[in-house]
Write a new protein. Structure first.
Length: 281
C-alpha cells in the first residue's frame, strides 16, 4: 500500500479496494439528478458518504450521461460546484475530486478546496487541462472516452491501451508525475452495453500499464442490460456484484452512488479472500 498525496490530504492506494462517492450537483444526472443540486442537500450527502466509508468524494457539476444536451459553460459549472467544495473542504477530511473536463472549472475547484481532478476526456479534450493539473501538482484520473470505440475493430483492451498511451504522453509532456495518475476505462462512455460488460470483466488486464485503476459502472445502463432492462433504481445489486469483481481483480478504486452498501460488499469480499488465502497456507 502507498499513500497518494492529494494536496495535503492522503488517498491510500492498494491493499484493498476503496470507494469514491459520487456527488452530482446537477439537475439532470441519470440516477440522482436534482436530488443534491441544492447546497445544503449536497453537503449533507457528502458528509453522509464520508461517514459511510468513502475514501474520496467526486463532485460533478455537469452531466455526461448519454444523450445529454451539450457542455455547460464554465461559469455555470463553477457556480454549481464551488460553493459545495468550499463547504466540504471544512466539513470532511477525505480528498475531494472535481469531475470536469474544463480547465477553468478545474482551476476554480482546486482554489475552492478540491484535491484531485477527474477528466473524462483523459487530457485529450482541452489542451490546457494537462498543464492545469501539472501546475496544481494534484493527482488526476484519466478516463477513456473515444467516440469511435464502439465501431473501431480490434480487441477492446488493446484499444484502451492505445488511447491511454496518448493520454499518458500528454501528461508526461506537461509534467504530470506518474505517481499522480489513476486510469479509468470509462464504462458506458461511447461503448455498447456488451462492450462495457466485457471491459468490466477484463479491467484487471489494464494493470499491466502500471497505474492504479478506477471502475465506474455504478447503476449504469450496461447493468440494466445485463438484468434484462432493469431501470436505474433497480441496479444496486448489479453494482454490488461489480464491486466484488473489482475486489477479486485487485482494482484500487470503484466510483459509486451507494457508498455504504458498496463498502460493505468490498470489505466482505476481501475478508473471504483473506480467509481463503490463510486456509491454503
Amino acid at each position: 500500500m502507498r499513500a497518494l498525496d492529494c494536496r495535503g490530504r492522503t488517498l491510500a492506494v492498494g491493499g484493498e479496494t476503496r470507494v469514491f462517492g459520487i456527488l452530482n450537483v446537477t439537475p439532470d444526472s441519470f440516477f440522482d439528478g436534482g436530488r443534491f443540486a441544492g447546497l445544503d442537500a449536497a453537503v449533507a450527502q457528502a458528509v453522509r458518504m464520508a461517514g459511510e466509508g468513502a475514501a474520496a468524494i467526486d463532485v460533478g457539476g455537469q452531466s455526461t450521461r448519454p444523450g445529454d444536451r451539450g457542455a455547460l459553460g464554465a461559469a455555470d459549472e463553477i457556480a454549481r460546484i464551488v460553493p459545495v467544495l468550499e463547504q466540504l473542504a471544512a466539513r470532511v477530511t477525505v480528498p475531494l475530486s472535481v469531475d470536469t473536463f474544463q480547465p477553468a472549472v478545474a482551476r476554480a475547484a482546486l482554489a475552492a478546496g478540491a484535491h484531485l481532478v477527474n477528466d473524462v476526456h483523459g487530457f485529450q479534450g482541452d489542451p490546457a487541462m494537462a498543464p492545469t493539473v501539472a501546475e496544481a501538482g494534484c493527482p488526476v484520473i484519466l478516463m477513456h472516452w473515444d467516440r469511435a470505440f464502439a465501431e473501431e475493430p480490434g480487441d477492446a483492451i488493446e484499444k484502451l491501451k492505445r488511447y491511454f498511451a496518448r493520454s499518458l504522453a500528454l501528461a508526461h509532456a506537461a509534467g504530470v508525475a506518474d505517481e499522480r495518475i489513476i486510469l479509468d476505462p470509462g464504462i458506458g462512455f461511447a461503448k455498447a452495453p456488451a462492450q462495457s460488460l466485457e471491459l468490466t470483466g477484463r479491467i484487471g488486464e489494464l494493470k499491466a500499464l502500471g497505474y492504479p485503476l478506477l471502475l465506474g459502472i455504478s447503476r449504469k445502463s450496461a447493468l440494466g442490460h445485463a438484468l434484462g432492462g432493469a431501470p436505474v433504481e433497480e441496479r444496486l445489486e448489479a453494482t454490488l456484484a461489480t464491486t466484488v469483481l473489482a475486489v477479486v481483480a485487485e482494482i484500487e478504486f470503484v466510483r459509486v452512488h451507494d457508498v455504504l452498501a458498496n463498502v460493505r460488499a468490498a470489505r466482505t469480499a476481501e475478508a473471504v479472500l483473506r480467509a481463503k488465502r490463510l486456509s491454503v497456507r
